[in-house]
Design a protein around this ligand. Structure first.
Ligand code: ZN
Ligand code: ZN
Length: 254
């Protein structure tokens, strides 16, 4: 965390003056592109970077949110990608702000690994906007939990921070009961094995039978973590599990 994270956004002459002084004295740079910030009081990422985040290009798979080749959406009434047509998924629908690359990736990194927690609010606002379908009619959002040891190490859970800005009640319905080795670099099948049985229902999850809930995380890579969470929620009687993440690693078409 740095000092720009502690400032709230605002407008008016005071902030203009504060911006002018801060820009000169501290020369803070954008957490995504490293250019000097013209308006440090408006947040840690510059306006151009926020504007440059592109959405996933429709048509999207109705279930997992992967972009589909255009011809598929015309030929199939319910647009599903090949993977979702092959295997039943426990996450019923998933969406993200955009693909996990470029500026969006830099912003997620700054939030997660550099502790720029003030970025959760604008990122959450974008998730709320682009993932409105996921939140519509949902009883609550459920952040994907970190194992307590990882949570202590990082000092916060980015999924909890994001979930708090989605305008829907947050229920910490899940616990991580097994510390899993890092997923980075593992192929999909191993990722699924790696997180299987890593989650359990927390006491707050007992009230969710019959509900539609939205899992929230920063990034969905193969969907293995979200599937493992969805399994626990469905066993607890949740009727529909949706997922909303800041970013999504787009699977190569198969
Ligand atoms: Zn920037
Ligand atoms: Zn799909």
């Amino acid at each position: 965390m740095d000092w720009t994270d502690r400032l709230t956004t605002g407008d008016g002459r005071l902030w203009t003056a504060v911006d002018a002084v801060l820009s000169v004295v501290l020369a803070p740079s954008c957490a995504a592109c490293d250019e000097l910030l013209d308006h440090p009081t408006r947040g840690a990422v510059c306006e151009q970077c926020w504007q440059s985040i592109r959405p996933l290009t429709p048509p999207l798979c109705d279930r997992c949110g992967d972009p589909l080749p255009t011809w598929r959406s015309i030929s199939i009434p319910l647009a599903l990608c090949p993977r979702c047509r092959r295997a039943r998924r426990l996450v019923d629908r998933a969406r993200a702000i955009g693909p996990y690359d470029g500026t969006l990736r830099a912003i997620v990194h700054a939030l997660k690994y550099e502790g720029r927690r003030s970025l959760a609010r604008p990122l959450g606002a974008l998730m709320r906007h682009r993932g409105a379908d996921m939140l519509d009619g949902a009883a609550c959002v459920v952040p994907v939990p970190l194992h307590p040891s990882r949570r202590r190490e990082r000092g916060f859970n980015q999924a909890v921070d994001l979930a708090g800005h989605l305008g829907v009640p947050v229920v910490t319905a899940l616990r991580r009961i097994r510390a899993t080795s890092t997923q980075t670099g593992l192929p999909a099948a191993q990722r699924h094995r790696n997180v299987r049985d890593a989650f359990a229902l927390a006491s707050a999850g007992n009230t969710l039978a019959g509900a539609t809930v939205v899992l929230v995380d920063d990034v969905s890579t193969t969907g293995a973590t979200l599937e493992a969470c969805a399994r626990v929620l469905k066993q607890a009687g949740v009727v529909e599990v949706r997922a909303l993440t800041a970013a999504r690693v787009v699977s190569p078409p198969r």
